[in-house]
Design a protein around this ligand. Sequence first.
Ligand SMILES: NC(=O)c1ccc[n+]([C@@H]2O[C@H](COP(=O)([O-])OP(=O)(O)OC[C@H]3O[C@@H](n4cnc5c(N)ncnc54)[C@H](OP(=O)(O)O)[C@@H]3O)[C@@H](O)[C@H]2O)c1
Length: 334
Amino acid sequence: MSNQFKALILNQNGESFLREIKTIEKNFLKHGDVTVKVDYSGLNYKDALILKNGARLVKEFPHIPGIDFSGVVEESNHKNFKSGDEVILTGWRVGEIYFGGYSQYAKVNGNFLVKKPENLSLRESMIMGTAGFTALQCSFTTKTTREELLLGEKVENVIVSGASGGVGSMAVMILNKLGCNVTAITSKDTNVEYLKLIGAKNVVNTKELTKDARPLDKGLWDGAVDTVGGKVLENILSQTKDAGIVSSCGNAADVKLNTTVMPFIIRGVKLWGINSVTASIKRRKFLWGEASKLIDFKVLEKSVKEISLDEIVEVYPKMLKGETSGRYIVNLNK
Ligand SMILES: NC(=O)c1ccc[n+]([C@@H]2O[C@H](COP(=O)([O-])OP(=O)(O)OC[C@H]3O[C@@H](n4cnc5c(N)ncnc54)[C@H](OP(=O)(O)O)[C@@H]3O)[C@@H](O)[C@H]2O)c1
């Protein structure tokens, strides 16, 4: 391992925050027992918030952001990993309270890592990143939890909100591949064709789901993936049919949820919370193992932008202003 390498360092000086690409040494990395040569990281909305001002998630400065990465193990003092293993990291508060992936080398707790499945490349795993992993969690919860764990009816008609977003778009693709008829909800009419290309059978405008929800509306969906919360989720719940599972992972529109107990006690609807940060390693291994069958990387590639460590600083403010689209991946060798 080269003793010197590049990393993006976030520092605080009173009220202001400074982001610099610096050459650092191995002993700067203070957490964990596995050193990984990072190939790719992602630029997620949470990363952009952290880059702005630590987002009250970062407890100590100087800090290395980057909530997800993929790479090759360089040195390991963990029993499950050895030099040369290709690994994926998402969540566990890496890039928040631990140093993250915006560094050519990262040192993390081996308990946080998953070995990359053979049928997925390091680049593909970060094209998915935290968003793709969350989409897998949501989609499997909505479809297979009902069909296989709860031995319920087949899940055919599903609805996905925030469909142009990272989680939403990959959930549309995955649920379509799992055999569902997917209705995508989007606020962007310009994205209708793209959403159909990635697997949506129907597309509805977000406006149609922002009215005040009735306690029970006409049942339309066997299940749903919601990434936005608020009124959209309220309407989805009241339109979900008997025993449907609604996976809720996000609050892109609103953190509030003003609903009644009717969908739960009359239709047995289940509102299933999804947290990718602390998903068990057993679940991670299963879901990453399914990824290559359910994600069409040729199609996704069209919306991928590959940037260097230096370019993060230019892109993240645009992401915070809603001026970016598609998935940004950071190539640490660029
Ligand atoms: N629970 C977890 O572990 C976990 C993991 C990852 C992400 N998340 C959360 O999941 C959510 C989605 O993440 P993401 O990475 O997919 O974000 P993203 O790429 O920014 O996408 C969010 C999408 O939500 C829709 N949206 C935005 N503002 C809206 C509004 N005011 N009303 C209605 N729809 C709105 C937009 O879709 P359209 O343009 O199609 O309308 C947007 O593309 C976020 O809240 C994120 O924090 C949670």
